[in-house]
Ligand binder design. Structure first.
Ligand SMILES: [Cu+2]
Length: 161
């Protein structure tokens, strides 16, 4: 990645976070170049809920099927459109549905499908940095233990009422 020193000086004070995220994305490109894990995992119906007006957070969903010959474990998520992203699960606590970060990741056995869907497991996107429009394509990346990051295109959608 080439940045003139002048540009770096402008970017670093004001856009440090964005620049770091950009570097992370570029790292993912390099990592996936020599990797074949994508072909053994399928990602279906990847989408991001269009945030409510003024909201800085939303959630992303996907169905991940494991066609490899061993269990894979989903351990992290990230996207360039939010400062933070976490894997969240829903749990009933004293009659109230609460969400909380996944502590140990989510294993997907051979031939199984992990479903991230509204009301259940989801990718929590916090600190949105851009406004998201319906139909917009957004990069979502999922990290698997020992396999690294896998890039998925997710579509921004208005949830059905
Ligand atoms: Cu959440």
């Amino acid at each position: 990645m080439k940045l003139s020193s002048g540009l770096t000086k402008i970017l670093v004070p004001h856009l440090k976070t964005q620049l770091m995220i950009l570097l992370l994305v570029l790292g993912a490109v390099n990592a996936s170049a020599g990797e074949t894990s994508e072909t053994k995992l399928s990602f279906v119906n990847a989408w991001i809920k269009k945030p409510m007006p003024g909201m800085m957070m939303t959630a992303g969903f996907v169905e991940i099927s494991n066609f490899s010959d061993q269990t894979v474990v989903l351990i992290d998520v990230r996207t360039p459109v939010s400062k933070m992203a976490e894997l969240h699960d829903m749990k009933m606590v004293d009659g109230v549905m609460k969400m909380r970060p996944a502590q140990q990741g989510w294993p997907i056995a051979v031939g199984e499908t992990l479903v991230l869907a509204a009301g259940g497991k989801h990718a929590m996107l916090m600190g949105l940095q851009t406004s998201l429009q319906s139909q917009q394509q957004v990069l979502l990346e999922f990290k698997f233990e020992g396999l690294g990051w896998v890039r998925v295109n997710a579509q921004v959608r208005q949830p059905s009422p």
